[in-house]
Design a protein around this ligand. Structure first.
Ligand SMILES: [Ca+2]
Length: 537
């Protein structure tokens, strides 16, 4: 099969040469782009990354995702600009920071009329498709796609309704499998063989609340997953925001999160399989009457195992797609990119969820396989960003990058040469307060070793600074320490430079107050009351 397609490609090139038609030759050669995306997949839970996790824990095996690292390049410092689901997706579509693309917080509605990379690819002759999680609002069918079949909002783990080019479809089964079936079906039957394609194949998993597929419900039952050594972090040296959050394994997790309550939307058959897996484990838990740290440890085990089980389904399904590319010969001229919308806490600092500029949620996995361009088994530690993805896709396709995009193409890095003027630092800005998990608004700069963060709301005007060389787990806020004065000045200047470069407004954009300023004031009051209750000033 591979040989057949090669022959066709060669024939096209020869014909183009004979006819003097360079366009046709280029058409045969332009690479396809397969963007595989997950939601909340921490790099700590991708085995190709485990050697660079600050915790050094071996949590799981992801052999199919690892294939992309082994056959391509692993980027070790891919930072997001705003660590939360919808906004990351808007950044990828537009190549612009949240304050310019208008999507600052989950709950905002993406303005699909603006310039996006799939529209530019379409205009350049690419066939474009998005399958799976969209999460930029269902007020508008995804713009710039010849085909879309997307979850509605977050979408459930089982039996998802989806919107196929805007029309509601009901599916039965496990969502990770269904999204893969749809992606494969489009590759087999929906694709126009005369055009290069760009497919966004986007999973819901492993987003909260981590409901595993039937096949993996009992995986890890007989093992204990290692705990991060900051599971019982007391946030000493850090400020009000870390103390006032609402994302702890100890306090925030619900009965549904912990599977002490089964999902409400299962078919009777699915429910029977679910109960057979969880009921004996839940009964043992009830009998044990755990308290204090033992209870937190139990919750961590329940959480991390379910999270890893969801990733097992993702990994298996990515394997199905990679196999299909191999079997059809498409693998040779398809750039396969794997990433997640952001990182996630797997018990570090006692947390789950994301949002912060701390490492676990600032960094996200990025793997790229591109036969003939990316050398197999290579790594890159330059500072790259989801801000770069749109420009990278356009550059791969040979399409001019508009001046108003704010990232840079990763193509030279993939080819093994980092431009001399490549960025040395990245800007981050999180807006979603008040919001789920009560993480305060903050912005900051990270340069790979140092990080300066400003929590800037009137009632919590606090700075934090970390030196990752001495303190990779970010337990020791060194802001204001004389030893770091020169670095602090340098980072403060760099932060100001980046805010100007990216045109960050002094006042937060109206979209960041999506629910109104009154709701914002209420959120601040609620936070104050909570901190008083906890005895935190
Ligand atoms: Ca996410």
């Amino acid at each position: 099969m591979t040989r057949g397609l090669n022959f066709l490609a060669c024939a096209a090139v020869v014909m183009a040469g004979l006819c003097g038609g360079p366009l046709m030759a280029a058409e045969a050669q332009r690479p396809n782009i397969l963007f595989i995306f997950t939601d909340d997949h921490a790099y700590q839970a991708l085995s190709a990354y485990q050697e660079v996790s600050a915790y050094g824990l071996k949590l799981n095996e992801t052999p199919n995702l690892d294939r992309l690292a082994n056959e391509g390049m692993r980027f070790d410092n891919c930072y997001v600009t705003n660590s939360i689901c919808g906004p990351c997706r808007a950044v990828i579509q537009t190549g612009k920071h949240s304050h310019l693309n208008g999507f600052c917080c989950n709950g905002n509605k993406f303005d699909g009329t603006q310039q996006t990379f799939p529209k530019l690819l379409q205009k350049a002759g690419y066939q474009t498709a998005v399958v799976g999680k969209w999460h930029l609002g269902t007020h508008m069918t995804p713009q710039g796609y010849d085909y879309s079949e997307v979850l509605i909002g977050q979408g459930p783990y089982y039996n998802p309704p989806m919107l196929k080019n805007g029309e509601r479809m009901q599916h039965t089964g496990y969502t990770t499998d269904i999204i893969t079936d749809l992606a494969l079906d489009w590759l087999k039957n929906g694709r126009d063989g005369n055009k290069p394609f760009m497919l966004m194949y986007q999973h819901k998993a492993p987003h909260r609340n981590w409901q595993p597929g039937p096949k993996y419900l009992n995986k890890y039952d007989d093992v204990t997953i290692p705990e991060p050594d900051t599971l019982f972090d007391d946030y000493a040296t850090r400020g009000t925001p870390a103390k006032g959050q609402d994302m702890s394994i100890e306090f925030t997790m619900t009965e549904s999160d912990l599977k002490l309550k089964a999902p409400g939307n299962l078919t009777p058959e699915q429910r029977a399989v679910w109960d057979a897996a969880y009921e004996p484990k839940n009964e043992a838990f009830r009998q044990a009457n755990l308290e204090g740290k033992d209870l937190i440890r139990w919750k961590y085990q329940r959480y991390i195992k379910d999270y890893l089980r969801c990733i097992d389904s993702v990994d298996e399904n990515v394997g199905r797609v990679l196999d299909y590319l191999d079997e059809t010969g498409l693998a040779e001229n398809t750039v396969v990119i794997y990433s997640s919308d952001q990182g996630f806490y797997l018990g570090e600092h006692g947390w789950f969820d994301k949002r912060w500029m701390y490492e676990e949620s600032l960094r996200t996995p990025l793997l790229v396989r591109w036969p003939g361009m990316v050398k197999a088994g290579t790594t890159n530690d330059d500072i790259v960003s989801n801000l770069d993805f749109a420009e990278t896709f356009l550059d791969i396709a040979g399409v001019d990058v508009p001046d108003d995009m704010q990232g840079a193409s990763l193509k030279p890095l993939m080819a093994g040469t980092t431009p001399a003027d490549w960025r040395k630092s990245a800007y981050f800005h999180y807006y979603e307060f008040p919001g789920a998990h009560s993480v305060r608004r903050h912005y900051g700069v990270a340069d790979g070793r140092f990080k300066l963060m400003h929590f800037y709301e009137p009632d919590v005007d606090e700075w934090e600074m970390y030196d990752l060389a001495d303190d990779p787990k970010e337990l020791n806020n060194v802001f204001g320490q004389s030893k770091y004065a020169a670095q602090q000045t340098r980072l403060t200047d760099e932060l100001a430079r980046l805010r100007e470069l990216y045109q960050v407004p002094d006042e937060d954009p109206p979209a960041s107050y999506g629910r109104g300023k009154e709701r914002y004031r209420q959120g601040v009051e609620a936070m104050k009351a909570k901190l008083e209750r906890l005895g935190i000033k």
